[in-house]
Design a protein around this ligand. Structure first.
Ligand SMILES: [Fe+2]
Length: 371
């Protein structure tokens, strides 16, 4: 039964989205809170009547009130019930392979195959049915939508679950044939390229990445975008035995480990305690609003991660004079911890000594690509 929405609700924004919290409290699904999840593949899941399958919901500090993130289990050899939501949903395949059918009521189904590491978007209010193509293993899909944010603009969940309106031009232009094409379209965005598609078959082999070597930003990445989406998404690949320096920004960037990796993340509010999160495939962390956070790769292989970012209406990053901290000004504890973690793996740091002495140190982008 739905909770009543007539009673007064607590509009303290630190608690996230009050109407979403009420709705979530009515759901028969395990909810995981805190700052991070070490491995979404092993999270406790149980039957969720709302989606008709085993599931788990994440309600982490950094995306409360903005995004709903949940994991669905599609049992071996089965299909889960068709579902629609008057909000777009982004799906990353954590495990398994299968089929998706997406359609508007009374219109043809558009079908495509997905596999582990596929990434796709279900447009607003289209039915989607997911089927597991394998008879021996469950499939796991990670879904992101903006239900908590939407329920702050309209407190009635039925508006999002029982809304008949569908924009047919989203899927059925070109008879729907092109919508889930695996051919991404290159688009120039300022000095960078980004790639637009509604279906990326395997993010672990996506190689259209550019190094970025500005001070402290040792990494390379690439924009992958869903046209028409409110989310912005990208890949970041952090080379082995190195780290990015700390930075901070508005809440709502979910970061998902999509490849076997070992490392850790450090997050902290200005002047507050450190939270250390282990990093591996299946890890999810969402830095809370304006907490510093940094990613350290203490493993032998590069570390590939997917970032899914909620809209940042009203945020003004340029107002923050301390948006990032040069390596040379980081707490020395972080370097020590990094070197200790490397030693556990029989490795040593590839961080240049100059990074710790020169606050304006910049990376050689070609050297990054050599890794
Ligand atoms: Fe960040």
């Amino acid at each position: 039964m739905m909770p009543t929405i007539q009673e007064p609700v607590d509009f303290d924004m630190r608690g996230g989205s009050p109407s979403y919290n009420l709705w979530l409290a009515s759901q028969d699904v395990p909810v995981h809170s805190g700052y991070y999840v070490q491995d979404v593949r092993t999270l406790e899941r149980s039957w969720w009547s709302h989606r008709g399958c085993p599931a788990a919901v994440l309600n982490l500090e950094g995306h409360k009130g903005l995004e709903q993130i949940h994991v669905l289990e599609i049992p071996a050899g089965q299909s889960i019930p068709p579902f629609r939501l008057a909000l777009e949903e982004i799906v990353y395949v954590v495990e398994g392979q299968g089929l998706a059918a997406v359609w508007a009521e009374g219109y043809p189904k558009i079908n495509f195959e997905w596999q582990k590491h596929s990434y796709f978007r279900i447009p607003t209010n289209y039915f989607c049915q997911l089927s597991n193509a394998r008879g021996d293993h469950p499939a796991l899909t990670l879904h992101v939508n903006l239900l908590p944010l939407a329920l702050q603009t309209n407190r009635n969940p039925d508006y999002f679950f029982k809304n008949p309106f569908v924009d047919l031009s989203e899927l059925y232009t070109d008879d729907g044939r092109g919508f889930y094409s695996a051919e991404a379209r290159a688009v120039q965005r300022g000095s960078r390229m980004s790639w637009h598609a509604n279906f990326f078959p395997d993010l672990t082999v996506w190689d259209k990445l550019e190094a970025y070597g500005r001070a402290g930003r040792l990494a390379y990445g690439g924009g992958i975008w869903f046209p028409n989406s409110a989310f912005s998404t990208s890949l970041m690949v952090l080379p082995s035995r190195r780290y990015r320096t700390a930075h901070r920004h508005a809440a709502g960037t979910a970061i998902v480990g999509i490849q076997e990796a070992s490392g850790f993340v450090v997050m902290w509010p200005e002047g507050g305690e450190y939270v250390v999160a282990p990093w591996q495939e299946g890890a999810v962390f969402v830095p809370p609003s304006h907490w510093y956070h940094m990613h350290l790769n203490s493993g032998a292989v590069e570390n590939r991660q997917l970032r899914i970012r909620a809209p940042r209406a009203g945020a003004n990053p340029d107002a923050d004079q301390r948006r990032s901290i040069p390596f040379a000004q980081l707490d020395p504890w972080i370097r020590t911890k990094f070197e200790e973690e490397l030693a556990k793996n029989g490795l040593t740091s590839l961080m240049p000594e100059e990074a710790y002495t020169n606050p304006n140190f910049e990376w050689d982008e070609e050297w990054l690509k050599d890794d």
